[in-house]
Design a binder for this molecule. Structure first.
Ligand code: ATP
Length: 269
């Protein structure tokens, strides 16, 4: 690696520096989540109610999970993740119990951030649900009860990701529940450049690699696509070095513009 740089989101804790092209989002989440978590007493003194629920709204692969992990790290809060479809998959009646256990754990480990990925799977609009969708109805009700039960202590914040905010049960959007919404849009060219820089910072890049040009060539790519592009370019370099047959790889091996071009032809955003 260069200058001891660590690759992003590798096993360890995610930091704000691992996020590319999300400057405005990070600014907003710091105000809405990090600030109240870190200065609970000041918030109480000023009579401000800290938020209990924050929605991250945007298409897949734009970094919503990454943002949630980063704000937990930077706020020194425990991070407890729940996957919407997974919790729905439990046998009859077990979903609510699993959700209660998550909130219980968050209380114990507070300050804590609960992250619910794909909230729409748990909490779709109740009016449109037919008879056999009773599980969802009960689970929405359970989630609302648990969030109301958090009270005003502000040491547990629920972050939830969704692709479409208007698919959610409107009861979830009332004050004291998910009453803040942060949009996470696909990156523009400058954003893609930042994301590519994050994902290639631990790679030995050849001098012919032009990140700015790659950013221009990748319109329509989200963060997850750009991460895959960098990974595939590195694999192309290994392939070029005959890594499968070779006993060891030359320590001077770099990832070149041609490796990125090869990777680019294989990725459909
Ligand atoms: P989904 O809705 O599909 O869960 P998501 O918005 O939660 O998607 P993540 O899971 O956070 O997206 O992103 C997947 C991977 O893509 C991340 O682990 C990271 O490697 C990369 N990535 C996505 N967005 C960014 C970004 N803005 N900066 C850096 N890396 C990113």
């Amino acid at each position: 690696t260069l200058d001891g740089a660590t690759p992003p989101s590798s096993a360890g804790a995610v930091r704000y520096e691992d996020l590319g092209g999300l400057g405005r989002v990070v600014e907003r989440i710091r105000e809405v989540v990090e600030l109240p978590l870190r200065h609970r007493d000041a918030f109480a003194r000023l009579g401000i109610t800290p938020p209990r629920g924050v929605l991250l709204v945007g298409p897949p692969g734009t970094g919503k999970t990454l943002i949630a992990r980063a704000v937990a790290t930077e706020s020194r809060a425990a991070f407890i993740a729940v996957n919407g479809p997974e919790i729905m998959d439990r046998y009859y009646g077990a979903s609510e119990g699993a959700l209660r256990a998550v909130f219980e754990r968050a209380r114990k480990e507070a300050p804590a951030i609960i992250f619910i990925d794909e909230l729409d799977a748990i909490a779709p609009r109740r009016d449109g649900l037919s008879g056999e969708k009773q599980v969802e109805k009960r689970l929405v009700a359970q989630l609302l009860t648990l969030m109301d039960g958090l009270g005003g202590r502000g040491d547990v914040v629920v972050l939830a990701a969704t692709n479409m905010a208007d698919m959610l049960d409107p009861a979830l959007r009332r004050p004291g529940r998910f009453d803040r919404e942060i949009r996470v849009d696909p990156p523009d060219e400058a954003g893609r450049r930042e994301i590519l820089a994050v994902h290639s910072r631990a790679m030995p890049l050849d001098a012919d690699v032009d990140i700015g040009q790659l950013a221009a060539l990748t319109a329509g790519f989200v963060g997850a696509d750009l991460a895959a592009l960098c990974r595939e370019a590195a694999i192309a370099a290994l392939r070029r070095a005959g890594a499968l047959e070779a006993a060891d790889i030359a320590p001077g091996l770099t990832v070149t513009a041609a490796d990125f071009a090869a990777a680019l032809s294989g990725i459909v955003p």
